[in-house]
Every structure is written in C-alpha cells, then in structure tokens.
Design a protein around this ligand. Sequence first.
Ligand SMILES: Nc1ncnc2c1ncn2[C@@H]1O[C@H](COP(=O)(O)OP(=O)(O)O)[C@@H](O)[C@H]1O
Ligand SMILES: [Mg+2]
Length: 265
Amino acid sequence: MMTPNSSPSGSASPVLEVRNIVKRYGGLSAVDNVSFSLRQGEILGLIGPNGAGKTTMFDLVAGSAQPTAGQIMLGGRDVSAEPAHARITNGLGRTFQIPKPFPELSLLDNVLLARQGQAGESLFANFLRPGQVAAQERAAREKAKELLDFVLLSRLTHEPARVLSGGQRKLLELARVLMADPAIILLDEPAAGVNASLLEVIIERIKEINARGITFLLIEHNIDMVSRLCHRVLVMASGQLLCEGTPDEVARDPRVIEAYLGGAA
Ligand SMILES: Nc1ncnc2c1ncn2[C@@H]1O[C@H](COP(=O)(O)OP(=O)(O)O)[C@@H](O)[C@H]1O
Ligand SMILES: [Mg+2]
C-alpha cells in the first residue's frame, strides 16, 4: 500500500542536523548548500537521480568526507571536525551502497568485527582482566549470532561471506551495523539488486528496528519501499535540495518528475 506512515512520536529536537553543507570536488559541487534535520524515531527518505549527491551527503554525515563548508550536528553537538570512528562511537551507523564484507571471513566474524570498543581490543585490559575479556567475547558472539538470526542468515553463520548473493550481503550489512548499537542508521540503497522476497525481509526488519526507537535516513530508488517506510522524504538534484514532503507529495511534485526525466539518471 502507498499509505504514508504516521509521524513518529519522538521529541521535537533533531538527533541530526545538517546546516548549509557544501562539498566541492574540484569545480563540481557534489553537495551544494543543503540543510535538513532528522527527528528522533523518524525514517527520513533521501531520493534523487543518480549523481544528485546522496551518497556524498552520507559520507559527510558519517565523517568519511570532510565538508567544504557547513556543519553537521549530532545530538545537538557540532561533530563536523570529528573523524568517522568518533561518530560511530556516538551512535551513528551507516551501510554502504556496495557492501564489501571480508569475503574469506565467516558471516559471524564479519559481524563481530563491526562491534565497538570491546575490552579485548586492549592488550593491557586482556592482561589485567582475562576473565572479563572472555565473558565479553562470549556475549559478543551470542549477540552476533542473534543478529544473523534476525536477518535470516543464521543458516550461513559459519560460511565465508563470498557465498552470499547481493541481497544477502545487504542483510549482512544490516546485521553488521546493528552490532554497534547505533541510535541513527544511514542506509544507502538497501534494496538495490535485492529480489522481491528478500526486499520484504529488509522492509520488515527496518520497521522492527525503527519500532524500537532507532532513527533512519534512507537513500533508496525503490519508490514502493520509500512509500512504505518513510514518514518524510527529501529530494536532491544536482547537489541541491529540491523539495521535501510526504512520499505521496514528492511523487506528485512536477519538479521531482522533471528532475528524474531530465536529470543525470
Ligand atoms: N570522491 C569524489 N571525487 C570526485 N567526484 C565525486 C566524488 N564522489 C562523488 N563525486 C561526484 O559527486 C556527484 C554526486 O555523486 P554521489 O554523491 O555519488 O551521487 P548519488 O549518490 O546521488 O548518485 C557526482 O557527480 C559524482 O561524480
Ligand atoms: Mg549513491
């Protein structure tokens, strides 16, 4: 059904705020003075033709690219100068348009590698408190297995990631991002290359995660998925914010239709 979701019942203060952000690559403005905010508990869609600047926007929010100008506020704090790993520690998770799992590692190890700040990372902690480290290790394995179960991949827990289909890789990405307990998740085209039955699984999982209070920013070309999931949608074209509204509103907006027909797609 194309009915838009009801608005989330979170607090009014944004969990993420992008202020007048600009990213230039040489003479090209990949992102050109874009501002928006993401509210607690919301699923916000980000759509637009290829080359619109959507992935670059994710890179800027996640900290894998530095803005030419503007600010990124996370939980009311300016994180523009902070590296990506600091933002992950502060509850921001992202998946990639093209997932790149470690092909020879098992699914379990791929998920385990995505966790944050385990004591076992420090040789010193391991030396002082081996019992605690072992207990954390067990808990992490348990959690990783539960997440693989959640994304319906538990059958393949000990298989190398290279055996996965494109759709299964997207699900593995979801399990990986959840391992770090993010409060905000950026999803870059989770439905691309995914068959219809896996797509239903991905949509259901996103709904379930969102129902637990986790906020999403979702880049997606699949308009059915956007309509079913997103409370609100932003449309980008040529680096700029073209308009925003409910999924139905933007789908009917002549500027949006024009951007897709005449745009870089
Ligand atoms: N690292 C980069 N170096 C140079 N140009 C880039 C880089 N990343 C993106 N671009 C350019 O920025 C524009 C926006 O790209 P992108 O953010 O990937 O768009 P979208 O995800 O909406 O398809 C494109 O013209 C792209 O070629
Ligand atoms: Mg992209």
